[in-house]
Design a protein around this ligand. Sequence first.
Ligand SMILES: C[S@@+](CC[C@H](N)C(=O)[O-])C[C@H]1O[C@@H](n2cnc3c(N)ncnc32)[C@H](O)[C@@H]1O
Length: 236
Amino acid sequence: MLDSTLSALKNYTPPEGWGGHIFLLPEQAMRDIYQFILDHKIENCIELGTGFGATSCVMVAALEQQQAGQLLTIDKYIHDPVNVNVLREHAGLKPDRLQAVGDPLGYNWYLADLVAKQTVDGVCQPLFDFCLLDGAHEWEPDALAFNLVAKLMKPGSWVAIDDLDFCLRMIPNWQESHGNHTDKELDAFQMKMVYDLVVTQHPDFTDFHISHEGRIGWARKKVPQPKTWLQKALGC
Ligand SMILES: C[S@@+](CC[C@H](N)C(=O)[O-])C[C@H]1O[C@@H](n2cnc3c(N)ncnc32)[C@H](O)[C@@H]1O
């Protein structure tokens, strides 16, 4: 399933004049995420930052392979003319495991609504087994994004944060896209800041490791341990 999906994506011919590139994660990272889903029998996935949807398709292929699970992927835009729905259809993947959301306000507003919907008696009921955060690549939206999605992650679930080794100045035409940013914003490795200052210091997460030559940071939501007899006796 993985090889056929990747080969269909590689064979995709975009409409003439479209100058983009559909692969925004290295092939090995996409292969590893596919295998990770299968190895951990992951069912409910969320992707923050769909891009053109190549990695979404690989995740959907894994869910189809194991015949279980759903991917919710959120972006500010359903990009045109190339997007996740176009690539999914091209790759021959069924629509039923994919929910692609284009929310012009971005994933933090979408997550706010989802957290509100999931909140019962002041406690957010978690939904997801795996989250790929690969969106804004900026400290302000993504520190909040992690804190919001953390509430929606189930005990034992995993979060992967892409592009720890990226700064905005690396964008070839950064003057065009981010010319109004300060040097501090352009030169900071903002996703590494999110990982070091928010993710690895979050009291509910554990099992931190970085893969793909410093690119992807991982964290697992802790599973609450049953109280010991001493804690129970002391009423802790
Ligand atoms: C690097 S691409 C995602 C790549 C995709 N995960 C993949 O592997 O193919 C980043 C995407 O995040 C989206 N994005 C940036 N900031 C966002 C925000 N605040 N909310 C939602 N989407 C955002 C951009 O529109 C862009 O499509």
